[in-house]
Design a protein around this ligand. Structure first.
Ligand SMILES: [Zn+2]
Length: 74
């Protein structure tokens, strides 16, 4: 599972990363695996309180894919 981690208070700079975090090491955001950061929050956040803080690229990367629709041909 993923949780939210605050990199800065700028809009869109709260990212999703693996929820399993020790509260000490850097976290690696889903949207950019090469840029680990030290989050401002001390606990993983399950629900981001402010929509504008959420990273849209993380949201897009973790959105469940809709199943392909099959056309019925008779
Ligand atoms: Zn992100």
């Amino acid at each position: 599972m993923y949780a939210w981690f605050v990199r800065s208070v700028r809009a869109g700079d709260t990212h999703l990363a693996e929820e399993d975090w020790d509260g000490y090491n850097l976290v690696t955001p889903v949207c950019e695996s090469t840029v680990a950061f030290s989050p401002l929050n001390r606990e993983p956040i399950e629900v981001c309180y402010f929509d504008e803080q959420r990273c849209l690229r993380c949201l897009e990367a973790t959105r469940p894919r809709p199943k392909a629709r099959l056309a019925a041909v008779r």
